[in-house]
Write a protein that binds this ligand. Structure first.
Ligand code: ADP
Ligand code: MG
Length: 697
């Protein structure tokens, strides 16, 4: 491998490359666009596009694409080559400013939730200059936002950029109150830890359920799962290690700050974490990371599974969204400062996050809701569906003392006043780590742990940014009016911490007691996607998003529809896949097995010898019984799949798929799994969990 420092960002048109390749005025104009959102004039756009094209061609690129993130959750691209015909049958390579700035993909086949009727199929993509252009697979990729012709967002990037702006405004407003006029911009930062499974492609190709749905729909528990806890942080197998090395290299070339890699809890499960970056870039990079994981795995004869729950009985995969707020002057606003006045500011931001999480717990739950993630949340392996916060013992003691008006620890024997200089310095809490909390303070950032492994991190961050912006805004409004800032600050923090203390929970989030306790505290326990989604279209939700210009009401309604539709379609595909696997192959295997047993019984009888046949009889009876039961449950599933066709309302459809079809599949699975344990392996038509989970040697 060439030197990391040399390959890093080698396929990115980053700041350094821009400085090198652009005329000074073009470079300056572009920086202005990035930093202050100023529009770029056409002439300069042409100059920039030309420089990008020259750079890309030198690196072997032949095409360009507007790379965007439609509501499917995966990225989309349509490649155009740079060629333009010339006289004499020749071509030249061209790329204009217009092509850089705006694209018009036929948008009719992307989900829009009714926002863009198919007869006006036009949508457009617009260059997002805050995320660098890069080269992937000989194509110059231009990160873009995707909108309808009337300007409604049809993607996951646009609302994210809007939410970052909302938080920027509110946070700068609050910082002014603390005298920080030097701060011009506040950004949110994210470091998403990504979990995934790696299995041998030979196994993958033999499981239609993995191919069509990303997860196994049945499979008996193997003798060894994760009981011994010997995989977590274990030695990485050579084949996996070779994959990880190549993945790092590919990501580094794309400027992705891939940093940490290790084995996870379940067999065949691994994790990759990057160094954090601006939320917008972190989101783009997480999409690229997931894509590269699949591509690189393929080169090594393996398949990367990003589904939240590929296998029952062992842990599923999630994504930890480490989130913080920073100023353009380089200050992390969630860093408890060393001096009391810094602490007052920190406490105000902390209070805003606590209040936001409590006030909008349903929205945070909505932001991580999907058919795949339903398998994890609340399944004692991932954070519960109940949203709560862990802030660590030290911070909790401080919060308590503020609420009680008592001294904190051994501080001076005065009543604690936040504005005045008596707050103790708060050390970074690294000792206690609560792994069961959905939303944990980890020293200088929050870790939102409920995200599913396959989802874009955009949704949760849109919501996080917006709800924190809302609380900061309200705080600013109150404090701006105050006669004495210190007194008003004291009062506000005490009042809000008292009001929202219920969201703080430092105990075991997996326990039954917590479910009861949370109920007592009035916290929501929205168990499934179908339970959670309606909160998205509540008045409270519409109010907060429209107030901050993150979503219009139309955009919210359309996204609600898309999510419901996605939910029931996923379950429907699972049901159809399961139905066909059972009907075509598993039934046949069950019959073959019974036939073998019956033949053995006949053959034994034909010998005329008085040999014992009770074992064959017992097995045959059991197999016959299981097969009859399987058929009964299969028929029920098929009947319900038909029944769903009578429904038309999207919510009804989603609810029916959750309550009935999903339940049918679980019932059917029970018998199939039992049958798998009795049918001989040479007759069973599909690889077992043991074979799949231990397929990579
Ligand atoms: P863990 O123990 O959970 O692995 P780490 O300290 O390794 O915690 O960090 C996990 C992730 O948090 C990394 O991606 C890291 O870059 C990110 N992170 C660290 N500081 C910040 C920050 N200020 N904002 C956002 N993410 C951060
Ligand atoms: Mg973590």
């Amino acid at each position: 491998m060439s030197k990391v420092t040399e390959i890093f960002g080698s396929k990115v048109f980053n700041d350094e490359t821009m400085k090198e390749r652009l005329p000074k005025d073009a470079y300056k104009a572009l920086r202005n666009t990035v930093e202050e959102g100023r529009p770029l004039d056409r002439e300069l756009a042409n100059v920039i596009a030309h420089a990008m094209k020259e750079w890309a061609i030198e690196l072997g690129a032949t095409h360009f694409t507007h790379w965007f993130q439609p509501m499917t959750g995966v990225t989309a691209e349509k490649h155009d080559s740079f060629i333009q015909p010339e006289e004499g049958g020749k071509v030249i390579m061209t790329f204009s400013g217009k092509e850089l700035i705006k694209g018009e993909p036929d948008a009719s086949s992307f989900p829009s939730g009714g926002l863009r009727a198919t007869f006006e199929a036009r949508g457009y993509t617009a260059w997002d200059p805050t995320s660098y252009v890069f080269i992937k697979d000989d194509t110059l990729c231009i990160p873009t936002a995707f909108c309808s012709y009337s300007g409604e967002a049809l993607d996951k990037k646009t609302p994210l950029l809007r939410s970052m702006e909302a938080l920027d405004k509110s946070a700068v407003r609050v910082l002014k109150l603390f005298g920080h006029d030097e701060v011009k911009r506040v950004i949110t930062t994210v470091g998403p830890e990504q979990e995934y499974f790696l299995i041998d492609s030979e196994m993958y190709n033999k499981r239609p359920d993995l191919i069509y749905t990303g997860r196994t729909l049945f499979g008996a528990k193997p003798p060894k799962g994760q009981e011994l806890e010997d995989h977590y942080f274990g030695t990485i197998k050579p084949r996996v290690s070779a994959f990880m090395k190549e993945l790092d290299e590919e990501l580094w070339k794309l400027g992705v700050l891939a940093k940490t890699k290790h084995n996870e809890v379940a067999p065949a499960q691994h994790e990759l974490a990057p160094v954090f970056s601006t939320t917008n870039i972190a989101t783009d990079h997480n999409q690229l990371t997931m894509e590269m994981m699949k591509v690189v795995a393929g080169r090594h004869g393996m398949t990367c599974l990003l589904h939240e729950k590929p296998f029952a009985g062992v842990n599923g995969s999630g994504k930890h969204n480490n989130w913080s707020i920073s100023t353009d002057t380089g200050v992390n606003l969630l860093e408890p400062g060393a001096t009391p006045s810094q602490n007052a500011q920190f406490l105000l931001f902390l209070t805003a996050v606590i209040k936001a999480v409590d006030e909008y717990q349903e929205l945070l739950r909505v932001s991580v809701a999907s058919a795949g993630n339903d398998h994890r949340l609340g399944a004692n392996e991932a954070p519960p569906a109940i949203i709560s916060m862990f802030i660590g013992d030290e911070l909790e003691a401080i919060v308590e003392s503020i609420i009680d008006g008592k001294d904190y620890a051994d501080v001076k024997k005065k009543k604690m006043s936040i504005g005045a200089a008596v707050i103790p310095s708060i050390s970074q809490d690294t000792t206690d780590r609560n792994r069961t909390s959905p939303f944990a303070f980890t020293g200088n950032k929050f870790e939102f742990r409920s995200l599913g492994s396959s989802a874009s991190i955009s949704g949760p961050n849109v919501i996080l940014n917006t709800i924190v912006a809302e609380e900061l805004d309200k705080f600013a409004e109150e404090l701006e009016k105050a006669k004495s800032f210190d007194k008003a600050l004291d009062k506000l923090i005490k009042r809000e911490l008292t009001a929202h203390k219920r969201i703080i929970f430092n105990g075991n989030g997996y326990s039954e007691e917590w479910v009861k306790e949370a109920k007592k505290r009035g916290l929501k326990n929205l168990k499934s996607t179908v339970d959670a989604l309606p909160a998205f279209v509540d008045k409270k939700s519409i109010d907060v998003f429209t107030k901050h210009g993150v979503f219009t009401e139309q955009e919210i309604l359309s996204r609600y529809d898309i999510q419901l539709e996605n939910y029931y379609k996923v379950i429907d595909i699972e049901a159809l896949t399961f139905d066909s696997m059972v009907k075509r192959d598993i039934m046949a295997a069950a019959s073959d097995y019974q036939y073998t047993l019956a033949e053995t019984l006949n053959a034994k009888a034909a010998t005329g010898l008085k040999v014992d046949s009770s074992v064959e009889k017992k097995h045959l009876e059991k197999a016959a019984k299981l097969t009859t039961e399987m058929d009964k449950r299969l028929e029920k599933l098929e009947k319900d799949i038909e029944g769903a066709k009578k429904l038309s309302d999207t919510y009804e459809l989603a609810k029916f798929h959750h309550d009935v079809i999903f339940a049918d599949m679980n019932e059917l699975r029970e018998v199939v799994d039992e049958l798998e344990t009795v049918v001989p392996s040479d007759i069973w038509p599909y690889p077992t969990y043991g074979e799949i989970l231990y397929s990579v040697k």
